[in-house]
Design a protein around this ligand. Structure first.
Ligand code: ADQ
Length: 469
């Protein structure tokens, strides 16, 4: 009987409750695995002295996970190196931060070979394989070298960079060639898909069919699709109605003492445009002195990837900036920025979102951005807040009724904050409704169905029937 094998860098065993801090992706993949049965394979997050390929199998809440430990050099070169210091900045258009080191590239290749060796015995002839994200681009090619004939799909969660930027990567050509080992490649938006086809056709001489959905290179043919990820809308709406969310909402409104709260929630990452956001908010305070004590910005940003230097720097820079702005504007009874460095459970976040009059989501570049969708989903339909959204987030393509801004322009952000504060209830509802409809329609279930159905074709139905038995 065929199953779905999901492979990603990190594996998150489901917790089975919305009070945890699980992201939408983990929830979505766990749900797909429950539906199609199967296994979720990846790195345990643990370090071992020497790589052995020994798999630890676990079953949690209906999902089987299979994880392996990596040795120190693997973690340094593959994860901290090529994934976080080379591909992540490059794919977010930050070639100024990208580090091109042969050692990183070699480690990335080695770990992908190790993953291929390790996971191969778990894959049965009828299984379909779904590989996630930029950590694992060459994995299908490595599996094919080991004679794996299964259908294999790949989904990229981050942007695909424009051709000219990608060309700066020494291994670009090789890396893109390995993608032709897949049967299907998914991106969040048409923009990322087009950047990919642009590189494949212009640099490698691949050809595209008339519909723009099938790329050919030599004897390989790969189907491509734009398939925007959604949130688990039902679960999030439920979380927003939970007692914890209600309590948080009341606490936040009480502590706001009648002031309008603006909220930002992001992993502490340079792609999220946090410094630019603070500067945009500072511009607003400067241009509108009469509004100063009427608002405050709550920025929630738990640190991530703390071992990478650029992440230590952004943390220090942001603390410095928040301190400077608070120093310049704070008064006895008001602090303009509340900056919080920790993660919160989803029902607490839902209460925070709902209490905020403005959701400020201004990444400089983002594959999708789920916070934008969560903010909208948590709003009171009778009195929703306003979403200010970067036009460089993948989510902007699906949410044209948000206030779209250029996050590089402090003036643009300042104007949008003013517009949001002045916006009447009717307009807020008129802008919110179509976003909410889209979030409910194109939720995370829809996303994985779109992808798995394209990957499996008619077999999707068969697999579902099998899993019912
Ligand atoms: P991320 O870069 O992690 O994901 P995003 O899509 O915004 O970005 O998702 C972040 C998730 O983490 C959200 O579900 C959010 O609620 C949660 N989160 C953030 N801060 C938190 C906090 N302080 N406490 C608790 N939870 C917090 C990558 C890509 C995105 C893409 C997703 C999914 O970079 O562009 O949308 O994958 O494909």
């Amino acid at each position: 009987m065929s199953r779905l094998i999901v492979i990603s860098n990190r594996v998150q065993a489901p917790t089975g409750s919305h009070s945890g801090a699980q992201g939408g992706l983990a929830v979505a993949l766990a749900a797909a695995l429950r539906e199609y049965r199967g296994i979720w394979f990846g790195w345990s997050g643990e370090q071992t002295d020497e790589f052995t390929g020994q798999i630890s199998l676990q079953r949690n809440d209906g999902v089987t996970t299979a994880t392996v430990d990596l040795e120190e050099q693997d973690i340094e070169e593959y994860y901290n190196g090529y994934a976080n210091r080379t591909l992540w900045p490059l794919f977010h258009y930050r070639i100024d931060l990208a580090e091109y080191e042969r050692g990183f590239a070699g480690g990335y290749q080695r770990v992908n070979e190790r993953f291929a060796e390790t996971v191969l015995p778990l894959i049965e002839p009828d299984d379909v394989v779904w590989i996630q994200d930029y950590h694992m681009i060459p994995l299908a090619a490595e599996l094919r070298k080991r004679d794996c004939r299964n259908r294999i799909g790949f989904f990229l969660h981050i942007p695909w960079p424009p051709r000219r930027l990608l060309s700066t990567l020494p291994e670009a050509e090789e890396l893109v060639r390995t993608l032709f080992a897949y049967d299907l490649i998914g991106f969040h938006t048409e923009e990322w898909l087009q950047s990919f086809t642009d590189y494949a056709t212009q640099e490698l001489g691949a050809t595209l069919d008339e519909a723009g959905r099938l790329l050919r290179l030599g004897d390989r043919e790969v189907q491509i699709m734009a398939c925007p990820i959604g949130i688990d809308a039902d679960e999030f709406i439920q979380a927003a109605r939970s007692p914890t969310a209600r309590l948080t909402f009341r606490q936040m409104r009480d502590s706001a003492v009648g002031r309008a709260m603006i909220v930002g929630v992001d992993r502490l990452d340079y792609s999220k445009g946090l410094e630019e956001r603070f500067l945009g908010y500072e511009r607003f305070l400067l241009e509108h002195p009469e509004e100063r004590k009427e608002v405050f910005l709550l920025q929630i940003a738990p640190p991530s990837r703390g071992t990478v230097e650029s992440y230590q720097k952004i943390r220090a820079d942001l603390e410095g900036l928040a301190g400077r702005i608070n120093g310049a504007y704070a008064d006895l009874d008001w602090v303009p920025i509340r900056y919080v460095n920790q993660g919160y459970a989803r029902d607490v976040l839902a209460g925070v979102y709902r209490a905020a009059k403005i959701g400020l989501v201004t990444p400089l570049r983002d594959g999708m951005n789920l916070v934008a969708k969560e903010y909208v989903a948590a709003q009171d339909p009778e009195d929703p807040g306003v979403l200010i959204l970067s036009r460089f987030a993948g989510a902007a393509a699906q949410m044209p009724s948000a206030l779209l801004v250029n996050p590089y322009s402090a003036e643009d952000m300042s104007d949008a904050i003013m517009q949001a504060l002045r916006m009447r209830r009717e307009e807020r509802i008129a802008r919110w409704r179509p976003m909410m409809d889209m979030i409910e329609r194109e939720d995370v279930l829809w996303w994985r169905q779109q992808f798995t159905h394209a990957l499996l074709g008619d077999r999707a139905v068969e697999l579902l029937q099998d899993s019912d038995q």
